[in-house]
Design a protein around this ligand. Structure first.
Ligand code: HEM
Length: 413
């Protein structure tokens, strides 16, 4: 029988994924799971779902769960002018992540046409050239930050080349993307900082609209032009829709990728013999890509909202309930992955992990991301067989739950 909410099911007071628990997130998620498959969090204002099968079932069920309120909510009340800029910066169109079918299907079909296996095969040499170009100068330095000096510019350059955005705009897009992340999940910002971030977002929106207008009249061989001028399976997008997709693709296309790469490298460097096993081929790069994503995924969770009364893991949820699908917890579900906290690259091919989500909103860039991670790791291993990490002194992760973000990763080549 379905249960109602009781005090015992409230989240343990100690769970603090945004702050204290961020460096031991998986310890905290294991503790959370011990309280049940679904646990209410007053702090996160959501029901946290921890089991792989429950998460996968929700992601298959668009009829009962909507994505319309999928993003984390800002932690503090924003000043009214910041709220206003935040709701209008990208124009009138809803963002892809918050659309439900059939609206979502139309937009997604057009995006998918840009990431076909053929398009990705065609991009491989360019992706490798980007990695090489960024790594070459680092061979001569004593120490560098793998996040800022390699992972971020690499991931950004790849998605920008796909979109056809010239290099002179990359730094601004990097800055605006960080503003978006800060507004969404950052904390302790002053009203002035919030205004600066929101103004940056407004500029981001204007930049995307200007670029769209250019490609509308002067199409090129890039994803923006394709989204404007092609109509796969009869689906078309308006210029406004394309303009609002550009920041989404830039942000989602590089922040998560850079973090997945840095997190995986950090893990290998901190495991005894981990890097050497990659260098001598004992661990296959493609397997490590999957295991790295499973072990510590950049998107730890995403939200959905119940459309009608529904039962999840025995818990009755009224219509309008917010659920947080903890992909990170599902990826460590012992019922699905034996010894879930160990890095075991040879467990693949195993059941697909949830690092890219599942179902309707399954990551549009998953195949591109896999190729980017593989190529970056191959180039790192080939060039820096003795790579090592310097000792860490501060918390390794930024307080940006549910996004997982290393502050930096200082390494010696
Ligand atoms: C390792 C890197 C990446 C990870 C871990 C990741 C993770 C995710 C996850 C978990 C979702 C689903 C969110 C949800 O359930 O609501 C998602 C959606 C999405 N991702 Fe990725 N992503 C990565 C790389 C990329 C790249 C390179 C692109 C570039 C095109 C991209 C574009 C998107 C888009 C457009 C969506 C929205 C899909 C939709 O709502 O239909 N991602 N990603």
């Amino acid at each position: 029988m379905a249960r109602g909410l009781t005090d015992q099911e409230a989240l343990p007071a100690g769970f603090d994924p945004r702050n204290r628990d961020r460096d031991d997130l998986y310890g905290a998620l294991t503790q959370l799971r011990s309280h049940g498959r679904i646990v209410h969090s007053p702090q996160l204002q959501a029901w946290c779902v921890t089991g792989y099968e429950d998460i996968a079932a929700i992601l298959r069920n668009d009829a009962d769960f909507s994505a319309r309120d999928h993003k984390p909510r800002p932690l503090a009340q924003l000043p009214p002018d910041v709220e206003e800029m935040l709701s209008s910066w990208s124009g009138e169109s809803a963002s892809l992540g918050e659309m439900d079918p059939p609206e979502h299907t139309r937009v997604r079909t057009v995006i998918n046409a840009g990431f076909t296996p053929r398009a990705l095969r065609g991009a491989e040499a360019d992706i490798r050239a980007t990695a090489v170009e960024l790594l070459q100068p680092l061979a001569g330095v004593a120490e560098f930050d793998l996040v800022a000096e390699f992972a971020l510019p690499y991931a950004l350059t790849v998605i920008m080349r796909f979109l056809g955005i010239p290099a002179e705009h990359h730094q601004a897009c990097l800055r605006w993307s960080d503003h978006k992340v800060q507004l969404m999940v950052g904390r302790d910002h002053t009203p002035e900082q919030l205004r600066e971030y929101a103004t940056g977002l407004r500029d981001f929106g204007a930049f995307a609209r200007q670029l769209t207008a250019q490609r509308l009249t002067q199409p090129r061989e890039d994803l923006i032009s394709a989204m404007l001028h092609e109509s796969p399976h009869g689906h078309r997008l308006t210029a406004q829709e394309v303009a609002s997709l550009i920041p989404t693709l830039i942000i989602t296309g590089h922040t998560t990728l850079a973090q997945a790469l840095a997190i995986t490298v950090r893990h290998q460097l901190r495991s005894p013999g981990g890097w050497a096993a990659l260098v001598d081929g004992t661990v296959a790069v493609a397997d490590l890509v999957e295991e790295g994503l499973r072990l510590d995924c950049p998107v730890v969770g995403m939200y959905r909202t119940t459309v009608r009364e529904v039962t999840v893991a025995g818990q009755l949820l009224p219509a309008g309930s917010r659920v947080l699908l903890l992909y990170g917890a599902g990826n460590h579900d012992p019922a699905r992955y034996p010894e879930p906290d160990r890095c075991l690259p040879d467990r693949w091919p195993a059941a697909a992990h949830l690092a890219f989500g599942r179902g309707t909103h399954y990551c549009a860039g998953a195949a591109l991301a896999r190729a980017e991670l593989r190529i970056a790791l191959e180039e790192l291993v080939g060039r820096f067989p003795r790579l090592s990490a310097t000792p860490e002194t501060a918390p390794a992760y930024r307080p940006t739950f549910p996004l997982r973000a290393l502050r930096d990763l200082r390494v010696r080549p």
